[in-house]
Each structure stands twice: as C-alpha cells, then as structure tokens.
Design a protein. Structure first.
Length: 188
C-alpha cells in the first residue's frame, strides 16, 4: 500500500489506541485522504471504480457523522477533529498543517459563489466557530467557540465573538500590552 505522510501525521494527532473505534472524525479524514490519493491516480477504469466507492464512502460519512471534507479542499497534514456533527468545509478552502477543528465548525463562503477562507498552520477552531468569506487565519491563531470570523486574524492571535474580535496575540504581543497597562497605571 502507498505511504501517505499526510494521513500518518493525522493519525499521530489521534494519540490513542484504536482511534477508529473511538473517534468518528477519523473516518472522515481517512476518506478525505483516500479520495485525494484516488485523484492522483492515472485516469482509467480502476480510478473510475475507486471514485464510485469513494463517492459512496464520502456520502455515508457526511450523512452518518455529519462531517463533510470535500477532497477538492486542500488540507495540510496532521488534521485533528474533536467530536463530530455539522462540520462543513467548502470545496475550495485551504487549511495548513496541524490544524484543529471541532463540532459545528463551518469554513465556507459568505454568499453563493463567493471567496472562501485560507487557514495557516496550527490554527485551532472552537466548537461551532464559523469562518466565512475571503479571510486569512494566521499561523497558530485561535477562534473561540461560537464565534463568527469575517475578518483576517493575525498569526498567534485569539479571536472571539460574533463578529469575532481579536483579544490576544502571541506571548510577545501579550507582554507588550501588559507592560503598557502597567506603564499607564504608573502614570496615573
Ligand atoms: C477563545 C478561547 C481559546 C480563549 O481562551 P483564553 O485565551 O484562555 O481566554 P480567556 O478564557 O481568558 O477569555 C478572554 C476573554 O475572551 C472572552 N471569551 C472567551 N471565549 C469566548 C468565546 N468563545 N466567545 C466570546 N467571548 C469569549 C472571555 O469572556 C474573556 O473576556 P473578558 O476579558 O472580557 O473577561 C476559549 O475561550 C475558547 O472558546 N476555546 C474553544 C474551546 C472549545 O471549543 N471547547 C469545546 C470543547 S468540545
Ligand atoms: C467537549 C470537550 O470539552 O471536549 C474536550 C476535547 N479535548 C476538545 O478539545 O474538544
């Protein structure tokens, strides 16, 4: 069987014995990676038959677990999805390596035919986060549960609320704002 380093990285994020018996989301990720591998095969009868089985598996996982990861989306290695249900990605989204999604997450357009988000590496989305439109989520940023992201989020920042606002940046950024608060206190 062909090695798939992206899938191997996904599996490492499910750091447990027998994840297929415990985590519904791993089925969805497996089907997604399998679909990508099928697309990379040379055209021919074997790819046509595989595509038929892929399509059935995709619809089954989408319907039973409520996780829709279209194989046209580009998802980096090491994806982790906590829980399942109502997780929908637009087919054009781009997601970096080591990202984390949760139940209820949508990553898609703001209106039919509109542009879709691009996520950097190690981005973490809380439960029911909605990321919509031509937004870029920087590396290592976090989005709070139930937040609606309509604007870019800088690397390392945390965004919460609807519409989402940035509350914190990288540790360097947090230190900078903490020291400026102290300075202001000294001056009053
Ligand atoms: C966004 C998040 C990562 C922030 O965590 P944190 O950095 O520890 O931040 P804090 O808890 O100190 O909160 C900072 C501020 O943001 C607010 N906040 C935190 N999460 C929020 C959310 N999801 N929506 C709106 N406001 C939120 C807090 O009330 C606080 O506001 P305040 O400063 O006015 O008091 C975290 O709250 C979150 O939502 N994680 C997702 C976890 C999840 O989905 N769990 C479900 C598991 S199935
Ligand atoms: C429902 C819950 O709190 O799940 C916890 C899990 N570790 C997560 O990060 O999603």
């Amino acid at each position: 069987m062909t090695r798939d380093p992206d899938w191997e990285a996904d599996l490492r994020r499910y750091d447990m014995r027998r994840p297929f018996l415990k985590e519904q989301s791993i089925w969805a990720i497996w089907v997604y990676r399998w679909g990508r591998r099928i697309e990379a095969r040379p055209a021919g009868l074997s790819r046509k038959i595989a595509n038929l089985f892929y399509w059935l598996a995709f619809r089954l996982v989408e319907t039973v677990f409520g996780i829709s990861l279209p194989r046209t989306a580009r998802i980096g290695p090491g994806l982790r999805i906590w829980h399942f249900g109502n997780i929908f990605l637009h087919g054009d989204v781009v997601i970096g390596a080591g990202c984390t999604l949760r139940q209820g997450v949508t990553i898609g357009n703001r209106r039919e035919g509109g542009p879709v988000p691009v996520l950097g590496d190690n981005v973490e989305l809380g439960a029911y986060a909605q990321v919509l439109g031509a937004v870029h989520l920087g590396d290592g940023c976090k989005v709070g549960a139930m937040s609606v992201v309509l604007d870019d989020v800088p690397p390392g920042a945390t965004a919460v609320g609807a519409p989402a606002r940035v509350i914190a940046r990288t540790s360097a950024g947090s230190l900078a704002s903490a020291s400026s608060e102290l300075l202001q206190k000294d001056m009053t």
